[in-house]
Ligand binder design. Structure first.
Ligand SMILES: N[C@@H](CCC(=O)N[C@@H](CS)C(=O)NCC(=O)O)C(=O)O
Length: 197
């Protein structure tokens, strides 16, 4: 939203307190998947889940704002592929509810769940580091921020949480650092949110 320079209201949903507000009545009615985010555009009477769908909607709807997907078909597909490498193949298996299920259903210890996260993040990052070698510049694709960068930054945040050795991924680390020089990424950091503990 910050990259798109759009005004918005942020309504926090606490993922842990009381078992997780995402699983409670009002939020759950709006998003039965019980995951954040949920995006509401009152002007268009639209309630959307899935980050990638939301971001593509913003690009399609607000054409006079900075675009996060290129227009050229091949470039657009390449950006989507990297975004999906992260958002479809890495983030879901390290999500909170997966870690909670490993613990509650399979008696995994916190060391085991951490090892699980490191395993899948490293598998994803090993491939991503190679992929980025061909077309990256300051950002994942050249010198414009794209949807790929928007996915990469929170995944690195998560990798650091689980103590992945980022020295193994110099390109990912460099792009992450370049993104974080931008005001929009600073404003989007978890610790910058109004409800950060
Ligand atoms: N594919 C969804 C994933 C959403 C998702 O996993 N959200 C996490 C936070 S990053 C969540 O709500 N976790 C709560 C839980 O696991 O209970 C998207 O891209 O929007």
């Amino acid at each position: 939203m910050h990259l798109k320079q759009l005004d918005f209201d942020y309504l926090p949903v606490h993922l842990v307190k009381g078992g997780g507000e995402q699983k409670e009545g009002a939020y759950r009615n709006m998003n039965p998947s019980m995951l954040v985010p949920t995006f509401v555009d009152d002007d268009e009477d639209i309630v959307l889940n899935q980050s990638l769908a939301i971001i593509e909607y913003l690009d399609d709807r607000y054409l006079d704002t900075p675009m996060l997907l290129p227009t050229h078909a091949a470039d657009k597909a390449r950006v989507r592929a990297v975004a999906q490498d992260i958002a479809c193949d890495v983030q879901p298996v390290t999500n909170l509810r997966i870690l909670q299920a490993l613990h509650s259903d399979f008696a995994a210890s916190s060391e085991q769940t951490q090892a699980w996260c490191v395993k899948w993040i490293e598998l994803g990052f090993n491939a991503l580091e190679k992929r980025l070698a061909t077309r990256s510049g300051k950002y994942c694709f050249g010198y414009d921020v794209t949807l790929a960068d928007v996915c990469l930054v929170p995944q690195v945040y998560n990798a650091l949480r689980f103590q992945v050795d980022m020295q193994r991924y110099p390109l990912i680390q460099k792009i992450h650092d370049n993104c974080n020089e931008l005001d929009a990424f600073q404003k989007a950091k978890p610790e910058a949110q109004t409800d950060a503990p």
